[in-house]
Design a protein around this ligand. Structure first.
Ligand SMILES: [Zn+2]
Length: 419
């Protein structure tokens, strides 16, 4: 990791520092030639008030990212807000009271839905959590998935975990699959979408039984309606209602506004102009150096190997004499390599006594941006070749001009990624 920390006198100057670091990180990743997104992220175990993750877009990425196709909104799936759509109270709740029906052996949403002939979206899925704030039941529409991070943040809890079979039995009196919010004696939270269910079905807190005609707000009263579910395909952008796109990403950087969380616990204070002790306002900023290199390779490669972006290539030019047996040719290749080094270029000189095919294949695999090749025929005529690893293009250049030409090509490559 590359780590950085900031220490400011108040929230206002800390916000400015955060912005500067955020912008610097954007420039760093742009200069590396990476396609990335800065996404709103949960602060997780590190804590603090807000944070952004820098995600390199790659199919092999371990994290799911949503981004709006219309505006700048981007968030990781843990953090992505769900618009409270469909959460309006239905105008005419159904009359009567819940009815108990027998549902032998039906526990999952799919089983109950098809057995009762009720759409999954109308099932009031009830999940029990153990947390450091006590037990909590979370109710959401059967067609959605719970977002544990949102539950944890809503409760202000340090940890939440789905209750195991044993605990579910203690809390509901029934095996898992039959929990419901009606008559349940633990705190109940409901997702916004539950408010839009005029009449639903849910577990009866009794083995092999469910309740139908259950009206949220009449038959059970959640402590709160909140955004507690995972964003999913088809959801709209919470900022502009535009379509959301899902992609996968590799996290390469993370910036946090820490506020006074750590200065409080460490009593890290300073004296203000009036001689009064104040808490230092902190931020922290990290880049995963190794995973950034890995992510760059994910985005820049072909079947033959790596195509390093010039800014992070271990060498910028590979000088490759096709034979080590032609002393004059080797000497000239060495002279060009020295010339390039003198111009500040990092050069890898392939002086292995191998067949040309092996040297070419390895050069492609290692992926140095430019290859300067000294072949025997070209050399006799006063030429060498420059090959662009990314474009796959080769140009023949007079040996006297080749170092300058290579420098010019590298400059172009750097400009392409200029932040
Ligand atoms: Zn949007």
């Amino acid at each position: 990791m590359k780590d950085a920390y900031s220490f400011d006198v108040d929230e206002e100057s800390a916000a400015l520092t955060y912005r500067k670091m955020y912008d610097a990180y954007c420039r760093i990743f742009r200069r590396m030639g990476l396609e990335f997104r800065a996404v709103e992220a949960d602060t997780g175990a590190i804590g603090g008030s807000s944070s952004h993750e820098f995600m390199v877009i790659a199919d092999s990425g371990e994290d799911a990212v949503v981004s709006c196709e219309r505006c700048e909104y981007s968030a990781n799936v843990e953090k992505a807000e769900c618009p409270p759509e469909g959460s309006e109270r239905p105008s005419s709740p159904s009359p009567g009271s819940p009815r108990k029906v027998s549902t032998p052996g039906k526990r999952t949403i799919d089983e109950v839905s098809s057995f009762l002939g009720i759409a999954p979206g109308l099932l009031l899925k009830t999940l029990l959590f153990e947390t450091d704030k006590g037990d909590v039941a979370v109710v959401l529409s059967g067609s959605h998935e719970v977002n544990e991070t949102k539950v944890k943040n809503h409760l202000g809890a340090d940890w939440v975990k789905l209750a195991g079979e044993e605990r579910v039995r203690e809390l509901t009196g029934a095996p898992s699959g039959y929990a419901g919010p009606v008559g349940l004696s633990v705190r109940v939270l409901a997702d916004h979408t539950v408010r839009g269910i005029a009449s639903g079905a849910t577990g009866a807190n009794e083995k092999d039984a469910h309740l139908v005609d259950v009206v949220p707000g009449r038959d059970f009263l959640p402590e709160a309606y909140a955004d507690l579910r995972l964003v999913e395909e088809g959801d709209r952008c919470p900022r502009c209602s535009g379509p959301l796109r899902f992609s996968r990403g590799i996290e390469v950087g993370h910036v946090f506004r820490l506020g006074t969380k750590y200065s409080k616990s460490l009593s890290a204070t300073y004296l203000d102009a009036g001689g009064k002790e104040q808490m230092i306002v902190m931020g922290c900023y990290g880049i995963g150096v190794g995973r950034t290199a890995a992510a760059a390779i994910e985005q820049h490669h072909d079947p033959d190997g790596i195509q390093w972006p010039v800014s992070i290539a271990p060498f910028e030019v590979c000088v490759l004499p096709v034979t080590m047996k032609n002393a004059a040719l080797v000497k000239e290749a060495e002279r060009v390599a020295e010339d390039l080094t003198g111009k500040g270029i990092e050069v890898l000189f392939d002086d292995r006594d191998e067949r040309p095919g092996i040297k070419f294949k390895d050069a492609d695999l290692v992926g140095i941006p430019l290859r300067v090749t000294f072949g025997e025929k070209n050399y006799e005529a006063g030429y060498a070749e420059i090959r662009d690893r990314k474009k796959g293009e080769t140009v023949r250049v007079g040996i006297s001009a080749i170092a300058d030409r290579a420098c010019a090509e590298l400059d172009l490559k750097r400009k392409e990624c200029a932040p």
